[in-house]
Design a protein. Structure first.
Length: 482
């Protein structure tokens, strides 16, 4: 007899239920929301209750592998919509992404965000989200619906793409995957072949893995992670000014990013400092790369964070910064060069450093530029053509850094500046740059997935804390030091 089970979330008790019998292939179970499932506001086209808008189920192929199936039952635009200027973009988005931008993540012994499988069924707002875990245990199912009707990828509306913080499953839905052998599998997750960071095709897929040896340390304590409608930090507002909070049950500080295909190098702070003492490294890009520079300098040199308004905010080297463990090292040991746009700007001279790490992409999508995908492709092609002239004499001295996922926000900054930075748009930008720079044979430093996974978990509405950037720090040290 086929086993079909409705999985219940038991509110504040954080309860979970699962089949008592062994799970059979493709057993599908309805996932029911916790009591706080809701829309963040009333909007035309929505039913009275959010539970009437979505059908959500999980289909298990094995203990740790399966797929979530989500159907949006109301406000699915099946008629033709004019949202693309770039040739071919409309058909690509409809088949690969669909008209909705939403975040679905499994958060427990591992944290892994899921993505929809390309399908013609997206036209009917039907989404299949495969998952494949490596560590069994209890998981928080985090589902946030943010944008609809191609708002996240439109090229025809020069406005901020309207966003929401709708919670189809509420904040307290939990599932059990696999047997109670979490500790054993956590230990196995830190073993395997070491990553070869110098290969351009090194897997960008991965997941965050809980660092504790005892699964009981994973307590799932609910906390207010960030205000989504007010920038409390930049505007120096008290928490009472926030009307919409993002809630989190896991803490990014408790996890380590591990690629699916290999093990990170895991340089100690002393090893990182020794590596820098023998090399020169330039980080070139916007404020996300400035935070990466700060994360490397903080880890290897115990340097204080480079914050907005400081003299070193624009371009700097650790040797000239406030006294730190790398102050006495040569001038170009570790430097940051501000270049918000990349395209059309003077390129770094690769011969001046052992390794130059570059990124651009965030500000091509900001409110001042709002570049179509076609224009972005054109700019990337021009940049790579110029870069190619430097590469023959500077082999191994350049690496491309993916564009980070931008934390989801709905405050007055993104609204007033008509900011276009959405998950879907930056994902497409990354696909353009990855293809272009892989064709040049240069290493790619992955960052989109590792930042996307925790894009709803930290208090900074624009950047990521050093703990989340550790994945890129170790990757860069692997390129520079081995």
């Amino acid at each position: 007899m086929k086993a079909v089970l409705a999985i219940l979330s038991i509110g504040s008790a954080h309860g979970l239920a699962m089949s008592k019998s062994s799970l059979r292939s493709n057993t599908c179970e309805i996932v029911k929301p916790s009591g706080d499932a809701k829309f963040d506001s009333e909007r035309p086209g929505n039913p009275k209750s959010i539970t009437e808008k979505y059908s959500i189920s999980v289909c298990r192929k094995s203990d740790l592998e399966g797929e979530f199936r989500i159907t949006k039952l109301h406000n699915c635009k099946k008629e033709t919509m004019n949202f693309a200027i770039t040739e071919g973009l409309a058909a690509e988005v409809k088949q690969r992404m669909g008209q909705d931008e939403f975040f679905l993540s499994l958060e427990g012994p591992e944290v892994r965000a899921l993505h929809p499988t390309p399908s013609d069924s997206h036209a009917n707002c039907e989404y299949v989200m495969p998952y494949k875990l490596t560590v069994p245990g209890k998981y928080h199912v985090n589902l946030v619906w943010m944008r609809e009707n191609y708002a996240a990828i439109t090229e025809t509306a020069k406005v901020w793409p309207e966003g929401h913080l709708d919670l189809p499953l509420g904040t307290a839905t939990f599932l059990q995957f696999g047997p109670d052998t979490t500790a054993e599998h956590l230990e196995k997750s830190s073993t395997g072949e070491k990553c070869n960071y110098k290969l351009p095709s090194t897997s960008r897929a991965g997941r965050w893995v809980f660092k504790g040896a005892d699964p009981k340390q994973l307590s799932f304590k609910e906390r207010r992670a960030r205000c989504v409608d007010q920038d409390l930090k930049e505007d120096k507002l008290v928490s009472e000014k926030c009307t919409t909070w993002i809630h989190a049950y896991v803490d990014y500080k408790d996890y380590e990013w591990i690629p699916d295909s290999c093990q990170p190098r895991r340089f100690s702070k002393e090893e990182a400092r020794q590596c820098l003492s023998k090399n020169t490294l330039l980080i070139s890009g916007d404020s996300h790369l400035r935070h990466l520079y700060g994360a490397i300098a903080g880890y290897a040199c115990d340097m204080d964070e480079v914050i907005k308004g400081m003299g070193a905010y624009h371009s700097a080297c650790v040797s000239s910064a406030k006294a730190n463990a790398c102050s006495k090292l040569p001038k170009n040991t570790l430097c940051y060069r501000q270049d918000y746009f990349g395209i059309g700007q003077p390129q770094p001279k690769l011969e001046n450093f052992n390794l130059t790490v570059v990124n651009f992409g965030q500000h091509q999508a900001d409110g001042a530029h709002q570049q179509t995908l076609a224009k972005f492709k054109q700019g990337v092609s021009s940049y790579s053509s110029q870069l190619a002239k430097q590469l023959p004499a500077n082999q191994g001295k350049f690496a491309w850094h993916e564009t980070n996922a931008n934390p989801f926000r709905m405050d007055h900054y993104v609204k007033s500046y008509k900011d276009w930075r959405t998950y879907q748009r930056l994902q497409l930008y990354n696909e353009v740059t990855t293809k272009e720079f892989e064709n040049l044979g240069v290493p790619i430093i992955p960052s989109y997935e590792s930042t996307y996974d925790f894009s709803l978990h930290s208090d900074d509405p624009a950047h990521y804390p050093q703990e989340v950037l550790t994945a890129q720090v170790q990757n860069i040290l692997g390129l520079l030091c081995e």
